[in-house]
Design a protein around this ligand. Structure first.
Ligand code: B12
Ligand code: SF4
Ligand code: SF4
Length: 300
């Protein structure tokens, strides 16, 4: 069997999509990266585009995509509820996807010797571009990488290896259906999506819910009822129709009772958020957002 067959079989067993990219520099996106000034990531643009700098000896990169799409109905029980990304209804992908990639490395090591490095979100490489080159999907106007199989609600994890594995055909950059759509641009609460330009991240609700410090009145207004993350540009996207996998178990994970959140102590924070991606900024930021959402709700 070929390494490609093993990867494909492993991905299927784990409900993921998979592709392989070569390790050449990510050409063509350097200028955008320099202009974007992206938060939460390395400012070392050279490392962001060069697999060789991130993992010396890198020959191939396996990209996995793991869905977090779940369906749920909004509740109307008279309580003031905030909004959280549906990602908060799943276990933190930094942990789960890393585990899956470590397991893949172990599976492949039965067939060949190699060194490897895993990156899931926190490393410098521009993950969406690597995943596009590995054939996982194309960019929507919402800047999400959209897969024909999973839609856009999926996380990306990378396994860099120093073995050569035959690469997949890259996906075309632009998601074709966007030409006749524009729903995400029209519905983005912060007006952060501008056709043809990089994301205006300072106006992106997802960024505002994760930034440190106080919120300006403008930021609080854009954030509205959101407490962690934002899915609007995915919710309105036709690419996600029929792509959910299971239901949200606990409505509090996507529509938390704001009065309860502002009173949450650290132990309650760990119980509610400890296993999710929303835990990384700590309880103070979630309480800040909950309070801002309550104030916002009492004004509208
Ligand atoms: C910093 C960051 C953020 C920042 C800034 C986002 C941004 N768009 O730059 C904030 C906090 C706002 C954010 C929000 C979110 N993020 Co984020 N984020 C990252 C991170 C760490 C770096 C992103 C980055 O390098 N941005 C720089 C910009 C310039 O790069 P880019 O968006 O990838 O786009 C480049 C190319 O890909 C291409 N491109 C992009 N769009 C388009 C469109 C067209 C038409 C074309 C031709 C090209 C093109 O050109 C760009 C320039 O080089 C990555 C993980 C990583 N290490 O890569 C996760 C990552 C991109 N985020 C992810 C997710 C899930 C989200 C949220 C959905 C979370 C949420 N529910 O709130 C939102 C979505 C916001 C949005 N519309 O993009 C996933 C994306 C998965 C996917 N299917 O696309 C990633 C890959 C994390 C992961 N491992 O799963 N994020
Ligand atoms: S909502 Fe429409 S324009 Fe936006 S990414 Fe989806 S298909 Fe493209
Ligand atoms: S995550 Fe929300 S605020 Fe950010 S671009 Fe998408 S719709 Fe706009």
């Amino acid at each position: 069997v070929s390494l490609r067959d093993i990867i494909a079989e492993f991905a299927q067993e784990n409900g993921c999509i998979a592709g392989v990219s070569d390790s050449r520099e990510l050409t063509g996106i350097r200028k955008t990266l320099e202009e974007a000034g992206t938060p939460f990531v390395s400012r070392d643009i050279a490392a962001r585009v060069a697999p060789e700098l991130v993992f010396p000896g890198c020959k191939s990169i396996i990209a996995l995509g793991s869905s977090y799409a779940k369906s749920f109905l909004r509740v109307d029980d008279g309580r003031l509820r905030g909004i959280q990304s549906v990602a908060c209804a799943s276990r933190d992908y930094h942990v789960t996807l890393r585990g899956i990639l470590e397991e893949l490395a172990s599976r492949l090591s039965r067939y060949t010797g190699f060194r490897y490095k895993v990156q899931v979100d926190t490393g410098p490489l521009v993950e969406r571009e690597v995943a596009r080159r590995a054939g996982l999907g194309s960019y929507g106007r919402n800047h999400q990488l959209i897969s024909p199989v999973l839609g856009s609600y999926f996380n990306i994890g990378l396994l860099m290896v120093d073995a050569v594995i035959e690469a997949d055909e890259p996906s075309p950059p632009e998601f074709a259906p966007c030409v006749d759509c524009g729903a995400c641009v029209a519905h983005c609460p912060g007006g952060a999506l501008v056709n043809g330009a990089p994301l205006d991240w300072r106006r992106c609700v997802s960024y505002i819910t994760q930034k440190k410090g106080d919120l300006s009145p403008d930021e609080a207004r854009i954030m509205g009822s959101y407490v962690y993350g934002c899915d609007v540009c995915q919710q309105v996207c036709p690419c996600n129709e029929g792509k959910t996998r299971g239901d949200v178990d606990d409505i509090e994970s996507v529509a938390p009772d704001l009065a309860r959140l502002i009173e949450m102590d650290d132990a309650e924070f760990t119980r509610r958020y400890g296993h999710t991606e929303a835990a990384w900024r700590g309880p103070g930021i979630i309480r800040r957002n909950a309070l801002s959402s309550l104030v916002y709700n009492s004004q509208v």
